[in-house]
Write a protein that binds this ligand. Structure first.
Ligand code: FES
Length: 103
């Protein structure tokens, strides 16, 4: 496990997101009311990107077919997705968002 700096915290406004590429693929980092959440940027239904999906509370809605995922747990909340997405712990250090890699 290691912490990886991914973006300046003030570079991701509330309601916005950033994507970063790690060794195992892309991760989407969302700002929900100043709190950061990171999940794999791959929908477990059919592989669509989740970055850019609408945010509602602590859920992201897949832009392709509308499955919802909990940003806190990664759990799939509505069909057509049933499997969770990987999520990553986040923290802010010196104004930079970091995610815990190596899950
Ligand atoms: S690819 Fe996400 S709901 Fe189908």
């Amino acid at each position: 496990m290691s912490w990886v700096r991914v973006a300046a915290a003030d570079g991701i406004a509330p309601g916005d997101y950033a994507t970063v590429e790690l060794e195992n693929g892309f991760v989407a980092v969302f700002n929900v009311d100043g709190e950061f959440f990171a999940i794999d940027d791959v929908c477990t239904h059919d592989g669509g990107g989740l970055a850019g999906g609408a945010l509602e509370d602590h859920q992201v809605i897949c832009p392709r077919h509308g499955a919802r995922f909990c940003l806190r747990t990664g759990k799939a909340l509505t069909p057509p997705a049933y499997e969770p997405v990987n999520r990553y712990a986040t923290r802010v250090v010196d104004g930079m968002v970091e995610i815990e890699d190596g899950q």
